[in-house]
Design a protein around this ligand. Structure first.
Ligand SMILES: [Zn+2]
Length: 115
């Protein structure tokens, strides 16, 4: 059973999709996270700052929570102050529930990148 590798951070499919190699009658592969390597888009965002990924309210799955698709990047300094992140050099991304992200997004949306 093949797995379509997806980005841990944003959930998009990474690399070529094995769907093209699918034989007639074969079950389509499932999507899943194989590693913690970010997709090129997330890698770029995480180079600029700390990536905050919005997830549905009540999500507690630390590996694959239901993402809403909205993301925002904040500076390392803001992440230390607002999110109380200690190790910003190694922790370049975090999940945030929609109820909190909504409040946060209004303040930070002017800094959001177009992608
Ligand atoms: Zn990604």
């Amino acid at each position: 059973m093949k797995l379509i590798p997806t980005c841990y951070y944003c959930g998009v499919v990474k690399g070529p999709s094995p769907l093209k190699e699918l034989k007639p009658g074969e079950d389509p592969p499932k999507e899943g996270v194989l590693d913690m390597v970010p997709c090129p888009g997330c890698e770029k965002l995480m180079a600029d700052g700390i990536l905050i990924i919005e997830v549905a309210d009540g999500e507690t799955d630390p590996v694959n929570p239901k993402r809403t698709g909205r993301r925002v990047v904040i500076s390392e300094e803001s992440a230390k102050q607002i999110l109380d992140l200690k190790d910003v050099k190694n922790n370049r991304a975090t999940y945030m529930e929609q109820q909190y992200f909504k409040l946060f997004y209004k303040v930070e949306s002017k800094n959001e990148k177009d992608n």
